[in-house]
Design a protein around this ligand. Structure first.
Ligand SMILES: [Ca+2]
Length: 467
């Protein structure tokens, strides 16, 4: 039996639809912080579940030896809470009055939405999914692997102090910025950025391009390059991809995993999942076999499996899925989200034509914001994703939200409700805390990219087209 709670806002002026918002990381508790946007900007009844426990985000201790709590977090709390909310809405507003049910989540929230879609295609009509942590059984072992590459206080570690989280991403960003053809402090083509070359030419002590405020020694250069390699495994069953590498330039986000105060190997956040979800003993040794253990256990059934999802059933009932992913996200590597999208497309030939869109957002970090110079975020990042509203001012949010040109949630709802499928969405970033737009730029349905058509005015969305 599950034990979970939920909060539900039922606005006086109601659009007739429900939105369930997702959670973050391993945190428990009702996500009141994100719920307000539902009633305020869309007149949506809005739900969040505590996922069955209360905890801070990185705290996984609630899961240790507690399969029921793992299942609540894995999928049961979203499913059960949303069903209960639908009953309550019927009682409060009138039976049969519910028009549509939506889901909006990023990170763990993205995982929750995709897991629900695997579990049951009928609960939500439209899902807005950001940077989903869908591949729990491969991603968490990868994270532990990362920690082994950057042990605390080792001479080969590059993240022994916080300044490196500023220095390294800046050097990579500036070295690879121009590869997309436009110098704008945004690496729009991280696939063209050669991390080995950048590490040697722009970070190595003594190199011509080394910065004046710090540099990396040879052993640290090796570490940096290794952090950016796909985690591949060779064992008795052959060679396979354990987990894809992050894109160059996403190191700023590595703080969550690799800060000295986070990596207390073998007991920090990076090592904790195996202890709390797989039942490993504290002090265990890392091994590539963790992935096969994880796959066998699939704790909490939390991994969302695109191959096991009945996309045909979702499509036949008119369901729509809109995904987005920052290309400078170092917490959920973009290739992991792309992998999900590609598996879905191979499982359903109708996906990209009928019911799914995927947007990569150059320069955006995990779920929101981008690198900045203290005044402006360089890369446009506001697209109406959940949690983004808390990173902008109310006035900034209100300048774009609710308009399907700028707001993916509105575009998704319009699509579900019979209007045309979204094409490009214009992402926004402002000057400081003002409502003066610094940059707007279209983000494009994958595999299209925004291509510049007027290098003299790169900050205008009209200077870009999807191609
Ligand atoms: Ca650029």
């Amino acid at each position: 039996m599950g034990t979970y709670r939920f909060g539900l806002i039922m606005p006086t002026t109601w659009s007739g639809s429900l939105m369930t918002v997702g959670s973050y990381s391993y945190g428990g508790g009702i996500n009141w912080k994100d719920m307000w946007t539902g009633p305020k900007y869309y007149k949506l009844a809005t739900l969040s579940t505590d996922t069955g426990h209360n905890s801070t985000m990185p705290d996984m201790s609630w899961a240790r030896g507690n399969n029921q709590a793992q299942i609540d977090w894995g999928y049961r709390s979203i499913d059960g809470s949303t069903r209960a909310a639908k009953t309550l809405l019927g009682a409060y507003y009138g039976q049969g009055s519910l028009k549509h049910s939506y889901f909006s989540g990023c990170s763990t929230g993205g995982r929750q939405g995709l897991k629900q879609l695997e579990f049951d295609q009928s609960l939500f009509d439209g899902l807005l999914i950001g940077a989903p942590a869908w591949n729990q059984t491969h991603m968490l072992p990868w994270l532990t692997k990362l920690a082994t590459l950057n042990p605390p206080r080792s001479p080969s570690s590059i993240y022994n102090n916080a300044s490196k989280f500023t220095l390294i991403p800046r050097q990579i960003r500036e070295a690879c910025d121009g590869l997309d053809g436009i110098k704008d402090h945004i690496v729009s083509r991280p696939d063209l950025c050669n991390i080995t070359r950048v590490a040697q030419n722009n970070l190595s002590c003594g190199a011509v391009g080394a910065p004046s405020d710090g540099c990396l020694k040879p052993a640290q250069i090796d570490t940096l390059v290794q952090l950016y390699q796909n985690y591949t495994i060779t064992n008795a069953t052959g060679r396979f991809l354990g987990f894809p590498a992050p894109e160059p330039g996403s190191d700023a986000d590595f703080q969550v995993y690799l800060s000295p105060d986070v990596t207390i190997a073998p007991d920090g956040f990076d090592w904790q999942w195996e202890i709390d979800f797989l039942g490993y003993s504290p002090g265990y040794s890392f091994s590539d076999d963790i992935i096969s253990d994880a796959e066998k256990a699939d704790p909490g059934y939390a991994t969302a499996k695109p191959k096991s999802t009945d996309w045909g059933a979702f499509n036949r009932r008119g369901g729509k899925l809109l995904m987005y992913q920052g290309l400078a996200d170092g917490i959920i590597p973009p290739k992991s989200t792309t992998q999900y999208y590609q598996i879905m497309n191979s499982a359903s030939s109708e996906a990209s034509s009928s019911f799914a869109r995927y947007y990569q957002i150059p320069g955006m970090h995990h779920c929101w914001t981008s690198d900045n110079d203290g005044i402006e975020y360089f890369a446009p990042w506001m697209v109406g994703g959940i949690g983004q509203q808390s990173q902008a001012t109310i006035a900034q949010t209100e300048s774009v939200i609710g308009n399907s040109k700028y707001d993916m949630l509105r575009a998704l709802m319009d699509w579900v409700e019979g209007k045309s499928a979204p094409t490009s969405i214009t992402a926004t970033t402002w000057v400081g805390t003002t409502t003066t737009v610094f940059r707007q730029r279209p983000v494009c349905p994958y595999p299209q990219r925004a291509v510049n058509t007027n290098p003299n005015n790169i900050n205008s969305p009209n200077s870009w087209k999807c191609s």
